[in-house]
Design a protein around this ligand. Structure first.
Ligand code: THU
Length: 132
């Protein structure tokens, strides 16, 4: 059960960490925040590179930070952009590795936006059950 206070804290964490994004090429900073079952929040930003293809998205930064710290399960995610944009396909797939049909809050710089779910964004996804 995610409380309203947890939801607001997660959204505020995504909005706040967006300030740390390194996005000099796209000028589209993104902040992401993940909630763990025990109430911890892991954040991430997009980190771009002059070799453009090496860029990593905010959501994957957050996932990799959390997994590196021993957290492999997430119960909600918030993503902050200038226009409450939706996560890219790669990030949806990486999130699905470590989460079920969790709430996804997509917000703008003021924390306003919409709620969807991971399986709404990525129906019929590839998972470990497809591997031999
Ligand atoms: N970006 C993210 O951080 N997350 C997404 O889900 C979509 C795209 C970043 C990558 C790049 O730095 C910038 O947004 C523009 O594509």
């Amino acid at each position: 059960m995610i409380t309203k206070a947890q939801q607001e804290a997660l959204i505020q964490a995504a909005v706040a960490v967006r300030e740390q994004a390194y996005a000099p090429y796209s000028k589209y900073p993104v902040g992401a925040a993940l909630l763990t079952p025990d109430g911890r929040i892991f954040t991430g930003v997009n980190v771009e590179n002059a070799s453009y293809g090496l860029t990593i998205c905010a959501e994957r930064t957050a996932v990799f930070k959390a997994v590196s710290e021993g957290y492999r399960e997430f119960v909600a995610v918030a993503v902050a952009t200038e226009n409450a944009g939706s996560p890219c396909g790669a990030c949806r797939q990486v999130l699905a590795e470590f989460a079920g049909d969790i709430p996804v809050w997509l917000v703008d710089a003021a924390g306003h936006g919409r709620e969807t779910t991971l399986y709404t964004l990525l129906p019929d996804h590839f998972g470990p059950e497809h591997l031999p």
